[in-house]
Write a protein that binds this ligand. Structure first.
Ligand code: AHR
Length: 494
């Protein structure tokens, strides 16, 4: 068959680490992202450990979630940590002004969050309140969480936790250009310098400070923050959502779409490559040593909410199309792994492009979950530079490379190649030259389905699950793959 795509994998020129923190998850007090999805309370009929549902925790633990970002998002810049510690019955009930105007019982607070992180085996990425909190409130929260001694540490002990927690990552607010305070970049840079000054780690520990970075293509924001605040921060975030159907506000259906809706979404997802390239170029000007990470800590699809769901809860189904969006991002992050050390898909449970959806006691694993599971062996592996010469896939005005790819040598020494075929109608024949790989066989998994909008539903069973893949061979240093239409394939070369 004619070769549609030619690839060279340079195992002879190993690149940077594919940081495990690229698989960070985001859990905001939003809809059923926490309440119902993770937390059901100790008295629930749903099996739980100290209030957290066993099924969801089990699924996330299996995924090896390395870091959880909490409590927001927009929620973070209105969150007052004191309202979420102490006896639960005495905690104030607030209004979640961002997300549906529903009541926020503060049942899940600092102690419950760290229990969640510990049950999953993840590190904590706590986002502080810059929006309507003070530097003192932020400093006291950090001290409450991390200090081995002092009045706040004693209060923590009284509330059930003697040993300090580790807070390896702390967010200096969120989206300061928007819900975090509608600041101008210059003002946000000063505010970031000021608040970050008071985020202090106890002796012998370290807290990486992640500044609230740009929205999409706001390069001026990145430039201002890195120019003015680089001395106080360790990372700058970037938020980019895949929004088809004409952009903000999200209006396209998560499940009811045709090939144009497929192509529109994937073309939007591909933008992440150009966005990172350009934000990185700005950062390189001020930080050529690449000390400061670009943390893409909100990404993923954002569709119209599923019909009949609570307004403001951002509940959306997840289809094979979301799986391709995830693969595109995870491949693009490999290309930029020298700068992108952390990324967080939005969000972990029941919100936007979720890993897991729940409905009462029921749970399904989404196609996106399965992509994350397929890529899990990338964690802390070594990126292998890859050249990809693919043709174009297009539908109407939506044009993109037909194949997305990446390659990583895992910590187990195994070279893995990920390939995703954008074309929903035609397979793609990939021929890959393997420079510096001594392999004789390729095995792996494929994620695909009959329909572009195939999904896993509570009653209809799992339609989109990884299956063994037999369409790859290695001979004389060349890998040949027949990539099925609309598929994600992860190969292991041995
Ligand atoms: O993920 C949902 C929201 O999107 C977050 O709260 C906010 O940071 C972003 O605008």
């Amino acid at each position: 068959a004619a070769q549609d795509t030619t690839v060279t994998v340079h195992a002879d020129r190993p690149g940077p680490t594919y940081d495990r923190r690229i698989f960070t998850q985001f859990a905001e007090h939003l809809g059923n992202g926490i309440y119902g999805g993770l937390w059901v309370g100790e008295k629930s009929k749903i099996a739980n450990v100290r209030g957290y549902r066993k099924d969801v925790i089990g699924a996330l633990k299996a995924l090896g979630v390395p870091v959880i970002r909490w409590p927001g998002g927009c929620f973070a810049d209105e969150y007052h940590w004191r309202e979420g510690v102490g006896p639960r019955a005495k905690r104030p009930v607030k209004i979640n002004t961002h997300w549906g105007g529903v009541t926020e019982p503060n049942t899940v607070g600092t102690h419950e969050f760290f229990d969640l992180a510990e049950q999953i085996g993840a590190e904590a990425y706590v986002a502080g309140n810059v929006g309507n909190g003070t530097p003192q409130e932020m400093a006291e929260w950090v001290e409450y969480m991390t200090s081995p001694a002092g009045t706040l540490a004693e209060e923590r002990a009284k509330n059930g936790r003697k040993a300090p927690w580790k807070v390896p990552y702390f967010g200096v607010g969120n989206e300061l250009w928007g819900c975090g305070g509608n600041m101008r970049a210059e003002y946000a840079a000063d505010v970031t310098r000021r608040y970050a000054t008071f985020i202090k780690a106890p002796a012998g520990t370290r807290i990486l400070k992640i500044a609230a970075g740009a929205n999409v293509d706001d390069y001026k924001w990145t430039e201002t923050l890195i120019r003015e605040a680089s001395g106080q921060i360790d990372a700058l975030s970037l938020h980019y959502y895949t929004i088809p159907g004409g952009g903000w506000p999200p209006r396209a259906s998560a499940t009811d779409f045709d090939e144009a809706g497929w192509a529109d979404t994937l073309a939007q997802a591909w933008r992440i490559d150009d966005l990172i390239t350009r934000h990185t170029a700005v950062m390189d000007k001020y930080d050529p040593q690449k000390r400061i990470w670009l943390a893409v800590d909100e990404w993923g699809t954002w569709f119209a909410q599923d019909p009949g769901t609570t307004p403001g809860f951002l509940r959306q189904q997840n289809t094979l199309r979301d799986a391709l969006v995830a693969a595109i991002h995870l491949n693009v992050f490999a290309k930029h792994a020298d700068r992108v050390k952390l990324s967080a898909i939005a969000q972990m449970v029941n919100v936007l492009q979720a890993m897991v959806l729940t409905d009462g006691a029921k749970m399904v694993l989404t196609p996106t979950y399965h992509v994350f599971m397929m890529y899990k062996p990338y964690m802390d592996g070594t990126v292998l530079p890859i050249d990809v010469k693919a043709g174009w896939y297009n539908k109407d005005q939506f044009v993109m490379p037909a194949v997305s790819a990446s390659a990583v040598r895992g910590k187990d020494g195994v070279v893995r190649v990920a390939l995703a075929n954008m074309d929903p109608n035609r397979p793609n024949t990939v021929s890959a030259t393997l420079a510096g790989v001594t392999a004789t066989a390729a095995t792996g998994q494929v994620l695909t389905a009959d329909a572009i909008n195939a999904r896993n539903d509570f009653d209809a069973g799992d339609r989109v699950v990884p299956r063994a893949f037999t369409g790859a061979q290695v001979a004389n240093g060349t890998l040949t793959v027949t990539l099925p239409a609309k598929s994600v394939v992860m190969l292991e070369l041995r």
